[in-house]
Design a protein around this ligand. Structure first.
Ligand code: 13P
Ligand code: SF4
Length: 330
């Protein structure tokens, strides 16, 4: 029989919260009292984004985690992001509002299988997308994010053989952009694989002036149609700078909150998925709620721990990514 822990609904919080509490004020108070910083990804609920000290894409969040002077990093995102923060700032306490906030892409690459895969290509360098476990990072030479993957591959000599994992869609996009022959791990994100080319084509007929913005985790059939491809920060910047007033957005729906906030006069339409589900909501990202954020700051739990031997190995490829990004001004 399932335990209650396994069947409890998404927004369920274990501890009762006084309904009269102003959670925004309480979170703000705890932030000051505990010298905590809240880092939030663009896929978080709007209210979490609004209370965060910093909102960003995976690269921006890693850069913030590496340089913060706070004692506690509260990571409003998913497990691999909080793990990356812990690896970069191991002496700090890193909290994640819901420990179950995982990632289908990270799950698609079990470290023991990747180890065997890597052994087949002993002369290859390993580049891993940050959306993977700490153990996988520990087996890598360089980590990358969607905003620097192309540049990181380009920074290596042309003859360098490369394994790229775990996202096959981002890998295929990088291979196409750089003209390199990359050995790809067959992983993908459940949210970005769901968009329907047919439905987007129909939507474009209804909104002929709309630009299609797509994240590189989408399949090639979607990327082929896109007017702009980029990380969440890239998509947000493009939507603000571009003169178009209508955008179809092929990525997780949370980014629409900032797009709409920065551009109140523009229209943002979430790209339709293959079926009628709310599939462009990432079920992992959306496990975090304002209530859980408050409780995790109050109780300083759940906390993220990464074994010391993994930290020692995983920090090198992450720092390499940060160095290359700094050199490139990213
Ligand atoms: P970026 O915000 O770095 O583009 O990553 C998207 C993503 O899928 C995070 O889980
Ligand atoms: Fe993972 Fe996809 Fe969710 Fe990002 S959107 S956390 S890649 S499952």
């Amino acid at each position: 029989m399932d335990t209650f822990d396994e069947i409890k609904p998404k927004g369920f919080v274990d501890e009762e919260i006084d309904p009269r509490l102003d959670l925004f004020a309480e979170i703000d108070r705890l932030k000051k009292e505990k010298n905590a910083v809240i880092l939030a990804h663009y896929y978080q609920d709007g209210d979490i984004q609004d209370i965060a000290d910093y909102i960003g894409d995976s690269l921006g969040l890693s850069q913030q985690a590496a340089k913060t002077e706070a004692d506690i990093i509260v990571f409003a995102g998913v497990h691999f992001m909080a793990e990356t923060a812990k690896i970069l700032s191991p002496t700090k306490k890193v909290l994640l509002p819901d420990l179950k906030a995982g990632c289908s892409l990270a799950d698609s690459c079990p470290p023991h299988l990747f180890k065997k895969f890597k052994e087949q290509y002993p002369d290859h360098l390993v580049i891993t997308y940050v959306n993977c476990t700490a153990e996988l990072k520990a087996m890598s030479d360089i980590v990358c994010t969607s905003s620097n993957a192309v540049q990181i591959v380009e920074s290596l000599p042309k003859e360098q053989k490369i394994i790229f994992g775990p996202d096959k869609n981002l890998g295929a996009y990088v291979a196409k952009k750089t003209g390199r022959d990359l050995v790809l791990w067959n992983g993908a994100c459940m949210v970005h694989e769901i968009f329907s080319r047919e439905k987007i084509t129909k939507l474009k007929e209804r909104y002929p002036k709309a630009k299609l913005l797509a994240h590189p985790e989408c399949e090639d059939v979607i990327l082929e149609m896109a007017d702009y491809i980029g990380s969440t920060t890239g998509l947000l910047k493009y939507s603000s700078k571009n003169e178009a007033t209508e955008f179809i957005v092929a990525t997780e729906s949370g980014i629409l909150h900032q797009m709409q906030k920065e551009n109140p006069g523009k229209t943002f339409i979430p790209a339709p998925p293959n079926n009628n589900c709310a599939c462009n909501d990432c079920p992992h990202m959306k496990l975090n709620t304002l209530e859980k954020l408050y409780l995790c700051m109050k109780n300083e739990s759940p906390e993220i721990f990464v074994p010391q031997d993994i930290i020692v190995k995983a920090v090198k490829p992450i720092e390499r990514m940060l160095q290359i990004s700094a050199q490139l001004g990213l």
